[in-house]
Design a protein around this ligand. Structure first.
Ligand code: 5GP
Ligand code: ZN
Length: 116
């Protein structure tokens, strides 16, 4: 597994820093965002370090996206949101702050849910 030094998400994959895990398999990890924009805000990442969509390998994308419906349904059951946004920032100008590919799964509860 490619472990990139100073990558906070590689450290989470490695167990070097803790995270509230939502889902894990061989290729993918999902955990709660440390600074939630709404209740249940979850990040889904490939275990392999790939910076953003411009580096993401099709095989990695396939492994990642194949579990997104399952994770979305787990969030739906746990938090009972009315909807869910999926976001992905690529590049600093686009708001990316952690340069290890990730999807934001943001549960929506209606007006005043803190997002949008
Ligand atoms: P970006 O801005 O790159 O799309 O999103 C990075 C996300 O990672 C942010 O929402 C931020 O709150 C989250 N984050 C940054 N550091 C940590 C951490 O150490 N643990 C967790 N769980 N989330 C983090
Ligand atoms: Zn990484």
């Amino acid at each position: 597994m490619s472990m990139h030094e100073n990558c906070i998400f590689c450290k989470i994959v490695n167990g070097d820093i803790p995270a509230a895990k939502v889902f894990e398999n061989e290729h993918v990890l999902a955990f709660l965002d440390i600074s939630q924009v709404s209740k249940g805000h979850t990040l889904v990442i490939p275990k392999l370090h790939q910076e953003n969509i411009f580096e993401l390998k099709p095989e990695t994308a396939k492994e990642l996206f194949s579990v997104v419906p399952k994770i979305s349904n787990a969030i739906k059951e746990a938090y009972q949101p009315l909807g869910l946004n999926i976001l992905n920032n690529n590049g600093e100008i686009a708001g990316q702050t952690v340069f290890h590919y990730h999807l934001h799964l943001i549960p929506r509860y209606g007006k005043g849910d803190g997002f949008g």
